[in-house]
Design a protein around this ligand. Sequence first.
Ligand code: PEP
Ligand code: MN
Length: 353
Amino acid sequence: MIIMKSDATKQQIARVVKEIKKYGLKADVSRGAYRTVIGLVGDESKVPFDRFAILPGVKEARMIETPYKLISREYAKLSGEESEQRVIKVGDTEIGGNEPVFIAGPCAVESEAQLFKIAEGVKMAGAHILRGGIFKPRTSVHSFQGLGAGGKEEAKEALEWLREAGKSFEMPVVTEIRGEGQVDMVAEYVDIIQIGARNMYDQDLLTKVARKGKPILYKRHFGAGIEEFLSFAEYMVAEENKDIILCERGILPLGKGRSYARYTLDLTAIPVIQKETYLPIIVDPSHAAGRRDLVFSLSCAGIAAGASGLIVEVHHNPVEALVDGQQAITPDELKDIISTCHRVHKAIGPRTS
Ligand code: PEP
Ligand code: MN
């Protein structure tokens, strides 16, 4: 990292950037209120920081050990910029702002009628953003894989329904992409692109999605440590896309015997991640629980831990849902969760790092 003097000129900054590129690294220039800080993207061990330290306009040049320096609050503080929570604007909705955001909808889009019915229900319940899976990650090849598995035309048709449902009920929409081949098509229809837990480690996919310049809902893998999760999020920010919504969705349960829940919601990750990065973090109580009777408690707990919002699976008729019916709640139950979570949020007050 190169910290420029407060009176460094544009030419001096440009010179430093040029020198960084000579070593095969990219430069991430943060022009803060007080000074400019230049982050190095790539292998810093190749860089002779002592040489950079004596370039004109340079105040300090040093190696940063953290693997996620671009998203770290500490690094952002040095430039006097972005150390505050990043607020991601999607339409009229702000994620990471003063109020919690509720994303809701079916696990999988099953039909136009199903999607519109659920979209109406979640809107009435107070949701801000509509979710709906079209390419479903499934453990078994014999399970319903989402309408996108039917081919390009079927995928486009479902994406159109999603876009239209979002327009009709005035909600931005989010859907998951499972592979690089889906990115271009999906980006044309949705406001937020979701990268699921199973793809958290796919750096080529992260890079490709980030280059679309759209907000990304990025889920933690169920076996990933917090440092790993943030390190991989850095791949997207290195592509100059800082609109990353992190999502804690449960990690693998420990110990032998019945685990009672599908995963273990890692509530500790919420305040830890908020201290480490300015990116907003939300909670997915549905996949963490895997049981609809736990969704209320985990939702309240997530908001109490300081999460910027929730993503919840909702179905008007959960027993008939083609995917994840066991954890789907009804729009009425969502309404109760949203109103309670607003009260929880009010009770704990604004979160700061
Ligand atoms: C989903 O949100 O539909 C999903 C599959 O979640 P996860 O990637 O967290 O399992
Ligand atoms: Mn699901």
